[in-house]
Design a protein around this ligand. Sequence first.
Ligand SMILES: Cc1cc2nc3c(=O)[nH]c(=O)nc-3n(C[C@H](O)[C@H](O)[C@H](O)COP(=O)(O)O)c2cc1C
Length: 364
Amino acid sequence: MPDFDEAGAAGAPLARDPGSKTAHLDACLTPAVDYRKSAGFERWDFVNQALPELALDDIELSTSLCGKELRAPLMIAPMTGGVERAHQLNLRLAQAAQRYGLAMGVGSQRVALEDAARAPFFQVRSVAPDILLFANFGAAQLAHGWGVDHARRAVDMIEADALFLHFNPIQEAAQGGDVDFRGLSTRVRELCAAMRDRGVPVFAREVGFGISADAARALVDAGVSGIDCAGAGGTSWAKVEAVCAKSERRRRMGAAFGEWGIATADAIRAVRSVSERIPLVATGGIRSGIDVAKALALGADLAAMAKPFLIAANEGEQVLATFIEDVLDELRISMFGIGASDLDALRRTPHLRDVSHSALLPAR
Ligand SMILES: Cc1cc2nc3c(=O)[nH]c(=O)nc-3n(C[C@H](O)[C@H](O)[C@H](O)COP(=O)(O)O)c2cc1C
């Protein structure tokens, strides 16, 4: 049974909606899917530098990943595709990514790999010719015989620069999906080697339960080109499955695991402790430019958001543009406040401290 694509979706006539894609979109527009626990960024504070010796306007946000230039260390996390409504959202998001020089991923392309008629609903290159774009499908499919052919088709389908392979055992188990993850390391190794020969980087990602140090070690050993540690504290995919469940038992199971997962701030540090060099994206509960700054100072190369971009894009092009500009301004001002003139300086900053043990005064 498929990951982000509901059983029975494949091969359904296009006039019929595959169901899970729009059900997930609707669920994710509500607070019912949010973790109660935090992504952990409030446990870290920047130490204010009153004499930054910088002009705010001179702060440089540009970076590069997978050989592509980005104007800011920000990514629109993989969400959707495959149906008309999802396509319209992806086009709006991709247009914004092109305008602001951001990276972007599309949602799981499984439906389109099984039903070619759905492929156009993932395509965004017409409005975003220059962005760093990630294809996407579930690693669990590798246990069912998927491999380099599917990966190549996913990448070609959307003219992607790289591939996200998502690992989501808890989501699968909560929804009664693919739960046989045996032998995956070997298959990931084979896929990474074959895609490396074709010049396509393969990044492993969680979907919001976090990558631990042990998992990161196994993935680095298997030869992934990068990791998105996608941790807990933002959208809970167990809660999404609970909201979208078709049976009371599945709803209970999703709800039971609603708070499962490694907080994103901890997942960043866990992955970085395994490899100083592996390109690292941080997703999960990133909600402001200050969170982006903290994620980078904790070891990430890029920060990504899903739900906040979904909400803004759903409101319209102008709301999305304002949201992105606010996030970038917050990032720039955070860097100003610690005297970091560029992202290298932010990543090496000595001005981040653990404040887990200091208490905030209760709100009055
Ligand atoms: C509507 C929606 C659909 C998603 N679909 C996918 C998907 O198909 N593949 C994937 O790897 N992640 C998917 N995700 C997970 C996000 O990429 C992200 O890891 C997660 O939502 C946590 O980020 P957030 O707290 O910023 O929402 C989806 C997220 C949303 C909101």
